[in-house]
Design a protein around this ligand. Structure first.
Ligand SMILES: C[S@@+](CC[C@H](N)C(=O)[O-])C[C@H]1O[C@@H](n2cnc3c(N)ncnc32)[C@H](O)[C@@H]1O
Length: 328
């Protein structure tokens, strides 16, 4: 991969692939169905004036606390100690007055991460657990200051190149905005095969920071369909979920084939699907699908293996995470 090449990540998550490309001088583009993840990626991928960030930080932390109006649902009140919620809305009010949108986003992301650290929340897969006796919950002011400083340090220490980068809300199964045969390499990690739409557990962030965006399940999430979405959420028929997942991966592989230049490479990290009665080996299945779409499978490398057991005792197989190397 050389400077000027174009990398695509169809499932960008928090933007790791795109950020690495930008550091290396490689142009990149990525999609995610979750507006929250696209927001996080965008904030990480931008250029900032560090002196301006420090100036805004000093201003924010010099303003004396004033009790804000806290208008939130009962559910949300359960997630944070009362003083944290008050601090959260106080800082949110200050941030809303920052005129530069990119600087505003930077301080919003820092507040979002700090708020989780100062909450009773523990995210476990797709669920939020409320742990009222969490040891040492930091005050939000303290957690926020630490997070802002850490992010400013990151901006300073990781100088980015002028390579182009674009993170967009979009669906990996339909990447119409990417031209045919325009991409040198695809580097990605699709959602793992299971019944879970992980982005659902980010509803507190949506409710506090993006109240205008719906935070119900995302139906364009891989393997979710309008009609079966409830069934899959409730842990219905595992083979149906797997079938839908592979149907979706076929669309994704078809798109990967279309956008890659001849000779272009694709690398995908996938994980085994663990169901109550069996483990579905996703690496082999996705490699077969990719071949059907015209891609050549060069290698499958297992990078992590673990025993899959039901109720921690009955072994049902081995689940592995693998990297699939493909070429057009
Ligand atoms: C395993 S994560 C990617 C992790 C990423 N490599 C990172 O470093 O954060 C999978 C991502 O795929 C997204 N996703 C799920 N269905 C999608 C779809 N149909 N199109 C695009 N993105 C999707 C999820 O929102 C999630 O962020």
């Amino acid at each position: 991969m050389s400077r000027g090449s174009l990398v695509l990540d169809p499932f960008l998550g928090v933007g790791t692939t795109l950020l690495t490309c930008r550091e290396l001088g490689i142009n990149s583009v990525g999609f995610d169905v979750s507006p929250l993840f696209v927001f996080i990626s965008e904030v990480k991928l931008r250029d900032y004036d560090v002196d301006e960030l420090r100036r805004v930080r000093d201003e924010i932390f010099s303003i004396k606390f004033e009790k804000p109006e806290v208008k939130v649902s009962g559910f949300l009140r359960n997630l944070y100690p009362k003083p944290v919620l008050e601090d959260l809305f106080f800082f949110k009010g200050l941030i809303s007055k920052i005129s530069d949108e990119e600087v505003r986003d930077f301080f919003t992301l820092a507040l979002m991460v700090a708020a989780e650290k100062s909450s009773y929340m523990m995210r476990d897969g797709a669920v939020i657990k409320i742990v009222k006796n969490k040891p040492r919950i930091p005050s939000l002011r303290k957690a926020y200051r630490i997070m802002v400083n850490r992010m400013i340090d990151d901006v300073e220490k990781l100088p980015l190149t002028d390579a182009s980068v674009k993170a967009m809300v979009g669906d990996a199964r339909r990447m119409e905005s990417v031209e045919t045969e325009s991409v040198d390499a695809v580097i990605t990690s699709p959602p793992y095969l299971n019944k879970i739409e992980y982005t659902r557990c980010y509803w507190p962030e949506y409710e506090i920071f993006f109240p205008h965006i719906s935070h119900t399940g995302i139906r364009s999430y891989l393997s979710m369909r309008p009609d079966d979405v409830e069934l899959s959420m409730l842990g219905g028929d595992a083979p149906l979920v797997a079938e839908l997942y592979f149907e979706d991966m076929e669309k994704v592989c078809g798109e990967v084939y279309r956008v890659l230049k001849p000779g272009g490479a694709a690398v995908m990290v996938v994980g085994g699907g663990v169901f109550p009665d069996k483990v579905i080996q996703v690496d082999v299945a996705v490699a077969e699908i990719a071949e059907r779409c015209g891609l050549n499978v060069e290698r499958i490398v297992a990078v992590n293996k673990r025993v899959a057991a039901v109720d921690r005792v009955r072994k049902i197989g081995e689940s592995r995470e693998s990297i699939i190397y493909l070429r057009k």
